[in-house]
Every structure is written in structure tokens, then in C-alpha cells.
Design a protein. Structure first.
Length: 208
């Protein structure tokens, strides 16, 4: 898995380098294939749009869940996924789609528009959980120095970090050994797939 990540990142860097070479060549030539002069502004716009398409790369920093119920019927009903961009870039969370799937069902959820800072709150007891349901995800920020996530639902720095929080119910709640596959679809760029498996409920809060 680590080798795959390194290979993917290397390929991404090479692709960006190729794009930079092509745009530099376009600047030198100064014309497109039809003979129309290409302005500096148009070249920069093309480069920005292309890089935005290929570089939206989300890192997964942490995956945790919380068990609820009785010892004979423990279920993970809340999960939190800590994400951060690989490089400084704009990722609009209101345009992100999340797919949850298991052996029985597939569910699509979107951002409910509710976010808050972690502050002094316990992650799984944060008041924001009372404002979301299983059909939407919410956001708890852990680092957002310019409040771009809170104010504009947008990650804009590689130092920004947030927990994407999801409630699980029905067949998506998890007992020991159950697996959910969660796929994050940003509006542009690369999707991110996360496989989470419920461990033994030795404690209520567990790493996934």
C-alpha cells in the first residue's frame, strides 16, 4: 500500500512537470494551432484549471470510531475521518460527495453545511453530532488558521485539517469484523477510497 502511494504521487509529480513544460513551450511559441495568439492571461488560466483537475489529492490522517450498546451488542455508530490536502489548494467541502458501501447496500451522503471547531470538546461528544443525521456528514476542524473551512466550507492550505464525521445506522453500523468502504469524491481531482474494519470492542473508541 505504501509503495502504491509513492508510485501514485510520483506519477502525479511527473504529470505536473509535463504540464509545466507544455505551458512553457506554449508561452515561447505564443500561438495556438489555429494561428491565434495566446495571451499570457489565457495560458495561466489553462494551467491553473489543469493543475486543479489533477492535483486535488486528499490525505487520510486518522480514522476512528465509537462503539455503542451493550457488551453483547456493540455497534460502531459514529466514525470520524481526519483529512488534509497533500498540497495547498482549494477543496470545497460543500461540493464533496461521500459513498458508503458494504456487502448489502450503497449509500450516498453530502455535506449538510454544518461545521465547527473542536475547541475543548471531546470529538465524539461534540454538540455538532446532534445537528446531523445518517444522510449527511458534518465537519469538525482541528486546524483552520484563517477560518476558511468554518466561513466558506473550503480547505485552502496544506496545514488545514478537519474531521469528516458520519453517523452509521442500519446495515452500515458495524460489529466486530464488519467492513465499510468509504469513497470521497471531491468536485475535481482524485477520489480517495478508505476501507474501515471494526476491531474487537476492547474499548469504546477504536482506530479503524
Amino acid at each position: 500500500m505504501k509503495n502504491w502511494g509513492r508510485t501514485g504521487l510520483t506519477g502525479l509529480i511527473l504529470l505536473i512537470c509535463i504540464m509545466l513544460v507544455l505551458v512553457t513551450a506554449a508561452r515561447i511559441i505564443g500561438q495556438d494551432s489555429t494561428g491565434t495568439e495566446i495571451s499570457e492571461e489565457n495560458i495561466d488560466e489553462i494551467l491553473d484549471e489543469t493543475l486543479d483537475e489533477i492535483t486535488t489529492y486528499i490525505q487520510i490522517k486518522d480514522k476512528i470510531g465509537k462503539y455503542y450498546g451493550t457488551p453483547h451488542n456493540y455497534k460502531i455508530k459514529k466514525i470520524a475521518i481526519l483529512i488534509s490536502p497533500l498540497i495547498s489548494q482549494n477543496i470545497n467541502m460543500s461540493e464533496m460527495t461521500v459513498k458508503i458501501s458494504n456487502n448489502e447496500n450503497v449509500k450516498i451522503i453530502n455535506f449538510i453545511g454544518i461545521s465547527d471547531k473542536i475547541g475543548s470538546n471531546n470529538l465524539f461528544d461534540h454538540p455538532i453530532w446532534d445537528q446531523i443525521n445518517e444522510n449527511y456528514f458534518g465537519i469538525i476542524t482541528t486546524h483552520d488558521k484563517d477560518n476558511s473551512i468554518i466561513n466558506y466550507n473550503t480547505i485552502n492550505s496544506n496545514t488545514d485539517m478537519l474531521y469528516l464525521i458520519i453517523k452509521l445506522n442500519g446495515s452500515f453500523s458495524m460489529s466486530n469484523g464488519d467492513i465499510n468502504i468509504i469513497t470521497l469524491f471531491p468536485s475535481t481531482g482524485i477520489q480517495k477510497t478508505i476501507i474501515i474494519e471494526a476491531p474487537l470492542p476492547m474499548r469504546k473508541i477504536v482506530s479503524l
